[in-house]
Design a protein around this ligand. Structure first.
Ligand SMILES: Nc1ncnc2c1ncn2[C@@H]1O[C@H](COP(=O)(O)OP(=O)(O)OP(=O)(O)O)[C@@H](O)[C@H]1O
Ligand SMILES: [Mg+2]
Length: 256
C-alpha cells in the first residue's frame, strides 16, 4: 500500500471576537492507500476542522498536509466530502444531483457514471425522484453516490450517519464497507459513535478535547467480518471509552 496522505506537525487556530483559540495542536498522521481511518473525540476538539483541512476547505496555520506528493492547498476532485446532512439540491432530481461534480464530460458519460453509482447505493429506481421524496437514509445514499461519482481517491466523511436511526445506520455502514471493497477508496471518517468506529475502521484516531491532539492511534485487529456483540469488540469499546472517562475525571467539576 502506498502513502496516500501525510499530515505533519499541523496546527490550526481560529480568531473569535479578537481572541485566538487553538483548535488543532501538532497533528501527525500518515494514511495509507485504501485505509479506513476513523477520528473520534469530544465535540469541538477539531475533527471537522481537520477533515476540512484535508479537503482543502480550510488552511492549516503550520505544518504540511499532502495527498501523495502534492501539498493540499485547495479542494480537488480526487478528494470527495460527505457531510452529516445530505446537501442535495432540492430543485434537482437525484440523478442531476449525482452528476453535479462531473464537469467537462459528455452527457452520455455523465449518465453512465450516475447510473453506475446510483446502482451501487441501490437507488436506481429513484434517479428521477427529488430529494423531498426520499427518506433520510436514501438521501444520505444519494450523497454518497454523488461523492463517489467523481471517483475520488480519498473520501472524507463527517458524521455521515449521525442523523439516522440505528437500523438504517447499520445498513449504511455495511454498504459503505462493500463500496470500499469495490471502489478501493481511502476513507477518513469522523463519528461520535464508538461502535461505528470499531465496526468500520482499520485504525481509530482518538483525539483529546480542544485543543485537539492525537492521544492514541488504535489498530483494530478484528478481521473483515466484525461481530458487534463479540468480546473482542467490547475490548476496543472499553479502551476508547476509558480515554474519554480519563479526560472527564480530570475536570474539576466531575470530582465534586
Ligand atoms: N470558521 C471558524 N471560525 C471560528 N471558529 C471555528 C471555525 N470553525 C470551527 N471553529 C471552532 O473550532 C473548534 C473545533 O471545531 P470543529 O467543528 O472542528 O469541532 P468538531 O470536533 O468537529 O466538533 P463536533 O464533534 O461538535 O462536530 C470549535 O471550538 C469551533 O468553535
Ligand atoms: Mg464536527
Amino acid at each position: 500500500m502506498g502513502q496516500e496522505l501525510t499530515i505533519k506537525n499541523v496546527n490550526k487556530s481560529f480568531e473569535v471576537n479578537g481572541e485566538k483559540i487553538n483548535v488543532l495542536n501538532d497533528i501527525n498522521l500518515d494514511i495509507k492507500e485504501g485505509e479506513f481511518v476513523v477520528l473520534v473525540g469530544h465535540s469541538g476538539c477539531g475533527k471537522s476542522t481537520l477533515l476540512k483541512i484535508i479537503a482543502g476547505l480550510e488552511k492549516n496555520d503550520t505544518g504540511l498536509v499532502a495527498a501523495g506528493r502534492q501539498e493540499i492547498t485547495e479542494p480537488a476532485a480526487d478528494r470527495g466530502m460527505i457531510f452529516q446532512e445530505h446537501r442535495l439540491f432540492p430543485w434537482m432530481s437525484i440523478e442531476r444531483n449525482v452528476q453535479l461534480g462531473l464537469k467537462g464530460l459528455a452527457r452520455e458519460e455523465k449518465k453512465k457514471l450516475s447510473d453506475q453509482y446510483l446502482e451501487l447505493v441501490k437507488l436506481s429506481e429513484f434517479k428521477k425522484a427529488y430529494p423531498r421524496q426520499l427518506s433520510g437514509g436514501m438521501s444520505q445514499r444519494a450523497a454518497i453516490a454523488r461523492a463517489l461519482a467523481t471517483q475520488p481517491k480519498i473520501l472524507l466523511l463527517d458524521e455521515p450517519f449521525g442523523a439516522l436511526d440505528a437500523l438504517t445506520k447499520i445498513e449504511l455502514q455495511e454498504e459503505l464497507l462493500k463500496i470500499r471493497s469495490r471502489c478501493g477508496n481511502t476513507m477518513i471518517m469522523v463519528t461520535h459513535d464508538i461502535e461505528e468506529a470499531i465496526f468500520l475502521a482499520d485504525r481509530i484516531v482518538v483525539m483529546s478535547a480542544r485543543p485537539g491532539r492525537i492521544r492514541d492511534v488504535i489498530q483494530v485487529e478484528l478481521g473483515k467480518y466484525r461481530d458487534r456483540g463479540g468480546s473482542d469488540f467490547a475490548h476496543y469499546k472499553k479502551k476508547i471509552l476509558d480515554y474519554f472517562f480519563e479526560e472527564k475525571a480530570a475536570e474539576p467539576e466531575y470530582n465534586i
